[in-house]
Design a protein around this ligand. Structure first.
Ligand code: ADP
Length: 371
């Protein structure tokens, strides 16, 4: 492409010399054959035209038009070379760079820099192209991470679904076979089955919400709700759930603030469920749920005194598939979906979710809903 452009520039410039010569020659031929008449030039004997100059002999003066013609031709050739070089630098170099860049981007290679950086319109275009390439590279990297995470997710979900299912089947078969008759053991078996089923239910809820969000089929069905009633009912269930837990205390704030807010009770419940199940994984001794409110906002807090989240992880914990140090000890393996879903659900209520955490001291999540 650049070669053909270069030859076009050359042809255009050469035409500047050739075209006037061709026009003059053609006119003279037409006049010679009496096809056209130019009265001012008619019947002039060009050979009889005499140029005079003091101190110059006839021979020197005869050479004068030829010399002038040569000077004209040489000057024009020099101009063609210079102008074509300038134009080629100005046009061809950036176009060559852009062409090369487009070819590399086409093959999925973003690891290069466009070198043309002059302070002109083409330089500006190249810089913009370069920053577009950087953005594409970033998007492509994110896409790669996302794709890998999806694959990991499928693997880990298959594992997460399979493990509790296998133990549920084992415990149910134990009960069916009548091997276990001791009431205490039977109760224990049932409790394990219940816990595992809850875990499955939670996982399936997350997956279902994630799929809905992905397919943009997600809706919130809001209704005016008394927050105090909702929170009290929810926390009573949780208190009952944690009553038999010897390691973790579930605490509810002294008084629960009230406000009438348009929420989807199921979705907000899902957010609380995710935050509490995370807190349960990492806490040391307690999980606390409390509320606060001002003129504009109603806030729900979930606090724990667990291992906390490192400063460098905090900006990313609400991203899909983000997991803090995967190697750190967790009682249950996660999917990296929970907090991303919480954020989407809270934002679907035009609310915000915040986190404050100190490593070794604990974490507080705050859901802030507009009144
Ligand atoms: P996961 O399903 O893997 O737990 P989440 O999106 O729920 O994914 O959480 C993202 C990351 O944030 C997790 O890897 C977890 O380590 C960290 N995290 C979430 N909540 C807490 C908490 N209360 N204390 C410490 N770390 C937390």
């Amino acid at each position: 492409m650049s070669t053909s452009l270069r030859s076009k520039i050359l042809v255009a410039l050469v035409s500047i010399i050739i075209i006037p010569i061709v026009i003059v020659g053609f006119t003279l031929v037409l006049m010679h054959f009496d096809i056209i008449h130019v009265p001012a030039l008619q019947d002039i004997d060009f050979h009889a035209i005499q140029i005079t100059a003091p101190g110059k002999n006839t021979e020197e003066l005869t050479l004068l038009p030829l010399t002038l013609l040569w000077i004209y031709i040489i000057a024009m050739i020099a101009m063609v070379i210079v102008v074509s070089k300038v134009l080629s630098d100005f046009l061809l170099m950036p176009l060559k760079e852009l062409n090369y860049a487009a070819e590399r981007i086409g093959t999925g290679d973003f690891d290069f820099k466009i070198r043309y950086n002059k302070d002109n319109e083409f330089g500006k275009l190249c810089r913009e192209f370069d920053s577009m390439k950087d953005n594409l590279q970033l998007t492509s990297r994110k896409q790669d991470i996302y794709e890998n995470s999806r694959k990991e997710l499928i693997a880990s979900i298959t594992h997460d679904l399979k493990t509790p299912l296998t133990s549920i089947i084992g415990y149910v078969e134990g009960l069916q076979d009548g091997v276990v008759t001791n009431p205490e053991t039977v109760e224990n078996y049932l409790k394990v089955i219940h816990d595992k089923s809850l875990r499955l239910d939670h996982l399936i809820d997350d997956l279902f919400t994630f799929t809905q969000l992905e397919l943009e089929k997600f809706t919130v069905n809001v209704a005016e709700t008394s927050m105090a009633s909702m929170i009290t009912e929810y926390s009573n269930t949780k208190i009952r759930e944690y009553q038999s837990n010897d390691h973790i205390a579930f605490i509810v704030g002294e008084s629960v603030d009230d406000a009438l807010i348009n929420i989807d009770e199921f979705r907000i419940g899902q957010v609380l469920e995710n935050l509490i199940s995370n807190a349960e994984k990492y806490t040391d001794s307690y999980i606390k749920l409390y509320t606060s409110s001002d003129d504009l906002h109603y806030n729900i807090f979930i606090e724990d005194d667990g291992i906390g989240i490192a400063k460098e992880d905090l900006p990313f914990i609400f991203d899909y598939f983000y997991q803090c140090d995967k190697a750190r000890e967790t009682k249950r393996k996660g999917t990296g979906l929970g907090l991303a879903i919480c954020k989407q659900l809270v934002e679907a209520h035009k609310g915000r979710i915040y986190v404050r955490s100190t490593v070794g001291e604990g974490t507080v999540f705050k859901i802030s809903l507009r009144k």
